[in-house]
Every structure is written in structure tokens, then in C-alpha cells.
Design a protein around this ligand. Structure first.
Ligand code: ZN
Ligand code: FE
Ligand code: FE
Ligand code: ZN
Length: 267
């Protein structure tokens, strides 16, 4: 079975269950490899504006890392990787590097959840979709995605067309934006994440779309896989569909990471 590299834990304030339960679920499903990638503390905000329902506090970060590493001896049949999901905020690269330094990460996932401070994937802030032109929103989103890929902060770019989450889409598929994003990921050597959480939201489609993933394949972008589980039962959710999508797009392998070095395994 393919690895699930996008797993959250109760620490983030909007997921249920402890780490051990996620690992137990993976074993139950016969998986050989998982990785935790909980949300990094909201490093770019002043301390009094860090919503505990969005990410763990800064002082919890060492405990998160110790928790992941501590699972390894408990689950000898499971490869447990240490990852983290890090919001891309322009201009914050050196802060990110200093927060992550000194810890033995296997991979770092980069994601775009904010456009100029607007948390567009938060159901509480959807009204903004009615205020801006959808083509301009997409353009801004994909500009950030390209900048994230080029930042060299990341090994994987998460849910690459997250902007479609609530079903807001341009009239015609934005193929030119997909090409730009795929070119940026290929140029930087970062993976595109095939993330099954899209199946569980109004978009009802894996991130990225088949169109987008095909373009990634043509550009030579490696792929990784994740469920974005925020509950233990969701580990590995939708993975047979993810494999179908990967094959349909022309992929025959996916990435695994150890100590931020990538290897490919057959699917
Ligand atoms: Zn989350
Ligand atoms: Fe995310
Ligand atoms: Fe996530
Ligand atoms: Zn995510």
C-alpha cells in the first residue's frame, strides 16, 4: 500500500485522536508507512492572534516531535516518518528555517491556506469568494503556489488545487496556471501531493484534478500521497482512488522520504 504522508493529530485543535490511534489504524489497514504532518505553530502571527483551533502552540512543538519519534519503537512493523505542514507566507522563509532547525524531519509539506491573510479554505470566511473575481483569486492562489515551490523550504506541495475546496471554479479549467505551477515544482524538484481530502469536501474530487496531475506528470514532477486525516479512521482514506488517479495521469511510482532524501516506490 502507498504511504500516507499527510496525517494530523489532536494537537492542532481541530482534529480528533492521539497519535497512537492513527498508527494503530494504519496497522489495522495493513499499511507499511505513514508520516505525521501536523500544522506548524502560526509563526507569522503575533502571539495573541494565534487561534488554538488552527494549530498547536509554539511550546507544544518539541512534544509533537518527541511524540512522533516515540511511536517508532512501539510500532516496529510500521515506518513512522516525521513531517510537518508549513504554511507558505511570503517573506517568512528564514523564520521557518529557524523553527524547523535542529529536528530530524523526514519531509516538510508546504501549503497555501491564506491569500493576503484571507483563510480561503476556512468555511467561516467564504463570503470573500463573492467579493473578488474568481479568475483573479485563482491567479493569486497559483502565484503563491509557484513561490512556495521555488522557496526551497519544502519537499512536497500539499493539496495543490485547494482553492477549489468549496466548489468555486473558473468557467474553463485554468490549464495555464497548472502549467506554471507544474513548471515551478519540476524546476525546484518538489513533489506534488495527491491528497484525498478533496473527496470529503464540496469539491468532491482529489487534490489535484486529473488535468493538473497529468500536466505535473508531463513536466516530470514526482508525486507523493496523503489523506490529510484529521481523525484516526481517515488514515489511508480514498487511497484506491488515489492510485487510480495516479495511474490515469501516467504515474507508476510515488515518493517516500527519509531525512529529507527522496526515494521512489512502485505503485
Ligand atoms: Zn488541519
Ligand atoms: Fe492544509
Ligand atoms: Fe493538513
Ligand atoms: Zn492539509
Amino acid at each position: 500500500m502507498i504511504p500516507d504522508y499527510h496525517i494530523h493529530t489532536g494537537r492542532c485543535g481541530h482534529a480528533s485522536g492521539g497519535m497512537r490511534q492513527y498508527a494503530e489504524e494504519a496497522v489495522k489497514k495493513g499499511m507499511g508507512e505513514i508520516g505525521f504532518s501536523d500544522h506548524i505553530p502560526l509563526y507569522w502571527l503575533p502571539a495573541d492572534r494565534r487561534d488554538p483551533g488552527l494549530a498547536m502552540a509554539e511550546e507544544e512543538f518539541p512534544g509533537y516531535i518527541a511524540g512522533v519519534l516515540g511511536l517508532r519503537p512501539e510500532f516496529p512493523s510500521l515506518s513512522v516518518r516525521l513531517g510537518v505542514e508549513v504554511d507558505f507566507i511570503p517573506g517568512q522563509g528564514s523564520t521557518v528555517k529557524s523553527i524547523l532547525s535542529g529536528y530530524p524531519f523526514d519531509y516538510v509539506i508546504g501549503s497555501i491556506h491564506y491569500i493576503d491573510g484571507w483563510g480561503f479554505d476556512n468555511p467561516a470566511h467564504l463570503e470573500e469568494f463573492g467579493r473578488q473575481d474568481i479568475d483573479e483569486i485563482y491567479e493569486k492562489y497559483f502565484d503563491l503556489l509557484c513561490a512556495a515551490a521555488r522557496s526551497r523550504l519544502y519537499d512536497i506541495i500539499a493539496h495543490p488545487d485547494l482553492i477549489k475546496k468549496f466548489g468555486h471554479r473558473p468557467v474553463t479549467p485554468p490549464l495555464e496556471l497548472y502549467r506554471r505551477a507544474a513548471g515551478a515544482m519540476a524546476g525546484a524538484g518538489v513533489c506534488v501531493e495527491v491528497n484525498t481530502a478533496g473527496l470529503r469536501v464540496p469539491a468532491e474530487e482529489i487534490y489535484p484534478s486529473l488535468d493538473f496531475l497529468r500536466i505535473c506528470r508531463l513536466e516530470g514532477v514526482p508525486a507523493s500521497t496523503g489523506s490529510d486525516a484529521h481523525a484516526p479512521g481517515l488514515v489511508g482514506a480514498g487511497f484506491s482512488q488515489a492510485v487510480d488517479l495516479l495511474r490515469e495521469a501516467g504515474y507508476s511510482e510515488v515518493a517516500v522520504f527519509e531525512g529529507r532524501r527522496r526515494n521512489m516506490i512502485k505503485i
